[in-house]
Design a protein around this ligand. Structure first.
Ligand code: CDP
Length: 230
């Protein structure tokens, strides 16, 4: 039997723009695998901290590369060396350090390799910062999801409350500001829209379903794929 062509949808954008919510829903409707690449950088950061090393030190952090085994499960759990780190990787400590780890070339090379392997196996919706530019430059559909800064801070602030993480609004704002700055100014694969990406701007009144429908419409246009009833 002829093997079905794999389709890739790349969703990039700054922190807390709503990528993972939208990507999860699109993947669910299309029956694709959702890959949260941010979770992989977060898991790596956790591994460095757990070893007692300093994530702001590139040399120390890169030493851990051969020891880190990261797995994403179909039910969206994240494992690092066999430990379920799904919750701990969202804590303020990891959030405040992850962009340093993500700026180190050797760590990116290792994780990108893993991400590309995942996309060879299945049709995927992958979200991150460099998916359309670097990880999957041939993705059929590339989305750059934006939202203004205050909307993003409020979204993350409310998400934290939902997870019983009490982080003051000002701290959330500072963390997002700093992370966006490090992510967009690093030398290697910075946060950037691919030239062929479609920009979607989400506002506080945008409904997730509208953003999801806009993406599904693009998938249909670009690939001819029939969108399942949902
Ligand atoms: O969910 P949130 O928007 O806070 O961020 P995330 O997707 O969990 O990503 C956490 C961090 O990982 C980002 O701030 C980047 O530093 C890094 N990252 C990256 O450099 N490249 C990616 N493809 C994904 C994440």
């Amino acid at each position: 039997m002829e093997e079905k062509k794999k389709i890739a949808i790349a969703i990039d954008g700054p922190a807390a723009a709503g990528k993972s919510t939208v990507a999860t829903r699109v993947a669910e409707i299309l029956g694709f695998t959702y890959i949260d690449t941010g979770a992989m950088y977060r898991a790596f950061t956790y591994a460095v901290i757990k070893k007692g090393l300093d994530p702001t030190n590139e040399q120390q952090s890169c030493l851990v590369i051969p020891e880190v085994d990261i797995t994403l499960t179909p039910d969206h759990r994240v494992f690092c060396n066999g430990e379920d780190v799904s919750e701990v990787i969202r804590t303020p400590l990891v959030s405040s350090q992850v962009s340093y780890i993500a700026s180190y070339k050797d760590i990116r090379i290792a994780l990108v390799k893993l991400q590309q392997k995942m996309a060879e196996k299945d049709s995927v919706v992958m979200d991150g910062r460099d998916i359309g530019t670097n990880v999957l430059p041939n993705a059929e559909v590339k989305i750059y999801l934006l939202a203004d800064f205050n909307t993003r801070v409020m979204r993350r602030f409310e998400e934290n409350i939902g997870k019983k993480l009490e982080v003051p609004y000002g701290d959330v704002a500072y963390e997002l500001f700093l992370r966006d700055r490090i992510d967009s100014t690093r030398d290697f694969a910075p946060l950037k829209a691919a030239p062929d990406s479609i920009y979607i701007y989400s506002t506080p009144s945008s409904k997730i379903e509208d953003v999801v429908e806009a993406i599904l419409e693009k998938v249909h246009q670009k690939t001819g794929m029939e969108i399942p009833c949902h």
